[in-house]
Design a protein around this ligand. Structure first.
Ligand code: DAT
Ligand code: MG
Length: 151
């Protein structure tokens, strides 16, 4: 379905290292449609909700501190198979396991500084989009290139 959506977010290390444009570029040039984007400094409470499923992990405290330490660029991208393709564009959770050509493979070294978040399923994408954006922030538009991307 071409209206599948995923939640992608540049993490503070990605922002500090000047990779916001590079990350947006990879989703844009693939043919995905930008639906929403903002620049925020999120609270620890908000990030605890975002990473709720990981709350029992030993790295949870450090993860929340790192994610709340600086600006984030949350985004919503739309397109056919965008959730799975988004994960492929990101690479593996650990940059060490990520192939060159992926964001984490090209720009990261350690799992705790892996530059960019991406939803792992259509269901979690829906929950994450709702946690970071109001409905009115999700724009309805049709890129003029659509018929050159989808047959
Ligand atoms: P992903 O971000 O690839 O979906 P995840 O949801 O399992 O991975 O974990 C969320 C983030 O938590 C991940 O991007 C980096 C951090 N993390 C995961 N496993 C970790 C570990 N073993 N040590 C430190 N940080 C970890
Ligand atoms: Mg995850």
């Amino acid at each position: 379905m071409a209206d599948e959506r995923t939640f992608i977010m540049v993490k503070p290390d990605g922002v500090h290292r000047g990779l916001v444009g590079e990350i947006i570029k990879r989703f844009e040039q693939k043919g995905f449609k930008l639906v929403a984007l903002k620049f925020v400094h999120a609270s620890e409470d908000h990030l605890k909700k975002h990473y709720e499923a990981l709350s029992s992990k030993p790295f949870f405290g450090g993860l929340v501190k790192y994610m709340s330490s600086g600006p984030l660029v949350p985004m919503v991208w739309e397109g056919k198979n965008v959730v799975k393709t988004g994960r492929i564009i990101l690479g593996e959770t650990n940059p060490f396991d990520s192939k060159p050509g992926t964001i984490r493979g090209d720009f990261g070294i350690e799992v705790g500084r892996n530059i960019c978040h991406g939803s792992d399923s259509v269901e979690s994408a829906k929950i994450e989009v709702a946690l970071w954006f109001h409905d009115a922030e999700l724009l309805n538009w049709t890129p003029v290139a659509t018929p050159w991307i989808y047959e």
